[in-house]
Design a protein around this ligand. Structure first.
Ligand code: GLP
Length: 260
């Protein structure tokens, strides 16, 4: 794992945007895995700005989102469909037919999940998977106890996650109980994982993900087994890391050819 600690989320998101942009420039038909939540908002703003101000072209790109609520129509203001169109897709020249977000209204969830996995494979696999992390260590919506080799499927949200999502649904009671999420095995198949985490609230989950044992109780910890995972953190999210000084030293002493 590469751990990059930045003074704030703004600077962290600039590095993240440079990483995604480099992949798109090198591979115009790249397959991008997107996440929702507050954390990647600044990354998406940067990508939109780079698209407007430079030659960053998304016309050949495909995308797959991590997850969606079950039973929530795409037009619901708190659906992940609405989020992605509001913050990213409406502002890029990405082809609509190559955008994939799980369908929370599908009638046959198991068949749909198999189809989603197949669509990722047919597109050539995910080149870079953007990830946030839940306060309980979930990635995507793979809640604690998720199989480390899980594929796209329905999951039941924990109370903690439903509490974290309460604002978008007028309180915890309104938060859907189920989601469709790509699995930990699906995430592990991505060529690169790019996990962002900002704020004190994430410090414990980050420390357990990076420095704790690999365990289904902290789903993010499976990334220790991934050959190419980069975590970009702000100071607060890094505050419980025991080896923070070492990670900072490593980043500052990267050879030029390795810099983002
Ligand atoms: C949800 C999403 C995750 C996201 C997490 C953290 O659970 N399914 O993909 O990483 O929220 O959200 P935030 O970035 O708002 O803290």
């Amino acid at each position: 794992m590469e751990i990059i600690i930045q003074p704030d989320g703004q600077q962290a998101s600039q590095i993240a945007a440079r990483i995604v942009a480099k992949i798109v420039r090198e591979k115009p038909h790249a397959v991008l895995g997107f996440a929702t939540g507050n954390t990647p908002l600044q990354l998406y703003k940067n990508l939109v700005r780079m698209h407007r101000e430079s030659d960053l072209d998304f016309s050949g790109v495909s995308s797959f989102n991590l997850d969606e609520y079950v039973g929530i129509p795409p037009a619901h203001p708190s659906s992940f469909h609405s989020y992605m169109w509001a913050h990213l897709f409406s502002h890029l020249n990405i082809a609509k037919e190559r955008i994939n977000i799980p369908d929370g209204l599908t009638a046959d969830i198991p068949a749909y999940c198999r189809h989603y996995e197949q669509a990722i494979r047919s597109a050539g696999g995910i080149d870079v998977q953007v990830l946030g992390i839940g306060t309980n260590g979930h990635i995507g919506f793979n809640e604690p106890s998720s199989s480390l080799s899980s594929r796209t499927r329905i999951k039941t949200l924990t109370e903690e996650s439903r509490l974290d999502m309460a604002a978008g649904f007028g309180g915890q009671e309104g938060v859907p109980t189920h989601v469709i999420t790509i699995g930990l095995g699906t995430i592990m198949d991505s060529r690169m994982c790019l996990l962002l985490a900002f704020g004190k609230k994430k410090a414990r989950a980050v420390a357990r993900t990076v420095e704790g044992p690999i365990t289904a109780m902290i789903p993010g910890s499976v990334l220790q087994m991934h050959p190419r995972t980069v975590l970009i953190l702000d100071k607060d999210a890094a505050s419980e890391l025991k080896m923070a000084d070492y990670y900072t030293w490593v980043y500052e002493h990267k050879p030029d050819w390795q810099k983002y």
